[in-house]
Design a protein around this ligand. Structure first.
Ligand SMILES: [Zn+2]
Ligand SMILES: [Zn+2]
Length: 752
């Protein structure tokens, strides 16, 4: 190898990256640091927990690149950073993949997870890989079961009937996505019907008000607009008034969002889940209609985009203006205001008018006011301010085999009995192979047959499993607990207090429901004692939601043939190029429409910076020094230092706010400035040694600032400068005073 090739190495991304990654592992860069000392809080970055699909897609790459850049930036700023990661490994996607391949789901999950972890390491993500977990591990789902029992004990979990799709041929319940258009089974294509099935529910209503009240606090924290908007949307708060009407079984409290027009109400609409609904069912016909509606008639017709059902009870109630108001029942109420009773005002409310028009003669439906007329006004006497939330309890159990077993035993004498905590975990048979037929758990006597914890008589285990949404309620916790302590202290480990609440949750824009319910469960466990150190019950100090990655203006799909494969990109251009491209192409709040332009831009930037830097390292060695000449260019060096200071401040600000597309833009601008400095000086001839020093100092500063984004190339440039060895290179955020201005600075031996 010639001297020149050694000093000016080509940019071979694959080689450089694999070598750097080995060095990081060797240095232990990403092992979870010791928690920070008293009085300081660590930086815990919680990235998405993906399903074990077997393949990272570009959405994951976006997610983890954002989180990793932030984690590396905060480490460079001297903070203790934990970057946690785990798989949401239970659930339908893994079960379906396992059915297709006829292997136990447990096997498929481990294979897929290992492959994905390999992809993540190749992309240079600085997770603590020793803390990786799978929600389907016994040691992990033991705590899903503990959480179930704890919430059950607190009265926050209950059993009720729910409507599910059922295939008579396959003798199994189906998830919504397993029902084909036209209502047939995905497996046998026979018609599917709806049945009523006892189902476990999580009660979230006790914490809705607090989730609402905390919104003002979260707004002042680093929660981005999309994350806040999803929380508000899911909560579905409606403000208005309520008043008590004189019902047959006592007062009926009715709500309307139209405070100014409550006096114009012409009927009352009840949720089918209103606690007093029974009192309004006079005749058998109405009862039958309600039964039909409850057993899923509505869900089925809604799927066909039919009209929302409305049942006329035939009864009336005296309204606020003295007139009798017909009482009707419809799930429309739930969809707007939760399981309540509403005062319907067709004069000002379009949805109410639509209902009224379906009952001509029975309900008055005044014509809507003309466009330029003021809305009619008639407040009701005695109305008081009130609010309602649309968010409601949700089902947490599924008739699927790949999920956390529910720790409940059904005893003929005692009914459902919780499994004692000492007997956890209730183990899911590891060799279970689902076929898509029947309920594989129910067919395993070794699982089903047990004894009642109270009376010791033969009893049956619950064969439903928990929906993976339930496991996800605490997927942000395990990474904060050292793996060896998880068996005993998952929710009580002292180190968790140093990491929680998490400084940043980074997730896709469709994760609002997860975050909402994680906020609920944090409040429940605060009240139960485990999370007493999070007094406001908020698990995330900051949340960033990012939009998805599409291609050719459409969602990526195999069917459209527009899937972008991260592995192929990494193989061709290297991880650093892919990382910079995905950050640069769009701000997190925007959908990223993938194009080769981003890859070309990123690769060109990294290549040209690489070449530029190495050329200047060589030139510096040949530079001559003339004190008088050097003194003349002091102003230019001062300017360079100013540009660097400015550029760094901007990049730091953007990065702290996770506006990483701006960080990249400002880094490329700084590179242009550095080149401009050199060009101007070269008009005067060769660079003086002091100017060459300043130029190299600026290049090293830029490489330092680039470390969070393109960590491999940046670190290799620093090593190749000859001023650092691999061992002293974990990122340190640079400082522009390393750029010499006065002639003496350049020879002071100051290092950076
Ligand atoms: Zn079927
Ligand atoms: Zn019993």
């Amino acid at each position: 190898m010639s001297e020149n090739a050694r000093r000016k190495p080509p940019y071979e991304a694959a080689e450089i990256e694999v070598e750097r990654q080995a060095a990081w592992t060797g240095r232990g860069d990403y092992d979870a640091p010791a928690p920070p000392p008293d009085g300081e809080h660590g930086v815990y970055v919680k990235s998405s927990s993906p399903f074990t699909s077997g393949n990272l897609h570009m959405g994951h790459v976006r997610d983890y690149t954002i989180g990793d850049a932030y984690a590396r930036f905060q480490r460079a700023r001297g903070r203790s950073v934990l970057m946690g990661f785990g798989f949401d490994a239970f659930g339908l996607p893994a079960e379906l993949a396992a059915i297709e391949r006829q292997v136990p789901a447990a096997e498929w999950v481990v294979q897929s997870g290992e492959r994905m972890l390999g992809q993540m390491q190749r992309l240079g993500y600085s997770f603590d890989y020793d803390r990786v977990f799978y929600s389907s591990d016994e040691s992990q789902y033991r705590w899903s079961q503990w959480l179930f029992l704890t919430l059950y004990d607190m009265g926050l979990i209950y059993l009720d009937d729910a409507t599910v799709d059922w295939c008579d041929t396959c003798q199994t319940t189906l998830a919504t996505i397993q029902v084909e258009e036209g209502g047939t089974c995905w497996r046998c294509h026979n018609e599917v019907r709806l049945i009523r099935q006892p189902t476990w529910f999580l009660k979230i209503t006790p914490y809705l008000e607090e989730n609402d009240a905390n919104m003002a606090k979260l707004e002042a924290q680093p929660w981005d607009d999309m994350a806040l908007a999803t929380q508000r949307y899911i909560l579905g708060r409606a403000d208005g008034v309520e008043l008590d009407l004189d019902g047959p079984g006592g007062p009926l409290t009715v709500f309307t969002p139209h405070a100014d027009a409550a006096g114009l109400a012409t009927f009352v609409l009840l949720s089918p889940r209103h606690p007093d609904v029974e009192a309004w069912i006079g005749d058998e016909g109405v009862r039958e209609e309600l039964e039909q509606l409850r057993s899923g008639g509505w869900e089925r017709s809604a799927r066909d985009a039919g009209a929302v059902p409305v049942i006329d009870t035939g009864r009336s109630i005296p309204g606020p203006a003295g007139k009798d108001l017909p009482v009707l029942i419809s799930p429309l109420v739930d969809a707007r205001f939760g399981p309540t009773a509403t005062l319907a005002v067709p004069a000002v409310d379009e949805a109410d008018r639509d209902v009224a028009e379906r009952f001509p003669g029975r309900i008055e439906a005044p014509a809507p006011p003309a466009d330029d007329a003021p809305p009619p006004s008639a407040p009701a006497e005695g109305a008081r301010q009130a609010k309602r939330y649309r968010a409601n309890d949700f089902s947490i159990s599924r008739q699927r085999s790949w999920g956390t077993p529910i720790p409940i035993v059904h005893c003929p004498d005692h009914g459902p009995v919780p499994v004692p905590e000492a007997d956890l975990p209730v183990v899911l048979p590891r060799d279970l192979v689902a076929t898509g037929e029947g309920n594989p758990l129910a067919e395993r006597p070794d699982f089903v047959d047990t004894v009642c914890p109270i009376c010791g008589k033969p009893a049956k285990r619950e064969t439903d499993t928990l929906d993976c949404h339930f496991d996800a309620l605490f997927l942000w916790v395990p990474a904060t607990v050292p793996p060896e302590d998880r068996a005993t202290q998952m929710f009580t480990h002292p180190e968790s207090r140093k990491w929680l609440p998490a400084e940043r949750q980074v997730a896709g824009g469709d994760s609002g429901g997860f975050v909402f319910d994680q906020r609920i469960v944090t409040k429940a466990l605060r009240d139960h004692g485990e999370f007493d150190y999070m007094p406001d019950g908020e698990p995330f100090a900051g949340v960033l939601f990012h939009e998805m990655v599409i291609a050719d203006g459409r969602k990526m799909s195999k069917h459209l043939g527009n899937v972008v494969d991260p592995d192929a990109l990494v193989a061709e251009f290297g991880a650093d190029t892919v990382r910079v491209a995905v950050l640069w192409a769009a701000g997190p709040a925007k959908t990223l429409n993938w194009s080769d332009a981003a890859i070309r831009f990123a690769n060109k930037f990294l290549r040209s910076f690489w070449t530029y830097a190495h050329d200047r390292f060589v030139e510096l060695e040949g530079a001559k020094h003339d004190p008088e000449k050097a003194a003349e260019t002091e102003k230019q060096r001062e300017k360079l230092r100013g540009w660097c200071e400015n550029g760094l401040n901007r990049v730091a600000e953007d990065t702290a706010e996770l506006q990483l597309h701006k960080s990249i833009r400002n880094l490329t601008r700084l590179f242009e400035r550095i080149q401009q400095f050199e060009k101007q000086l070269k008009k005067r001839g060769q660079l003086d040694r002091v100017d060459a020093e300043a130029l190299v100092a600026a290049i090293l500063l830029l490489a330092r600032a680039l470390q969070p984004f393109a960590p491999h190339a940046a670190e290799q440039i620093l090593i190749n400068s000859g001023r650092f060895t691999s061992d002293d290179l974990p990122g340190v955020w640079p400082d522009a005073t390393t750029i010499p201005v006065a002639v003496d600075d350049a020879f002071s031996g100051a290092s950076f």
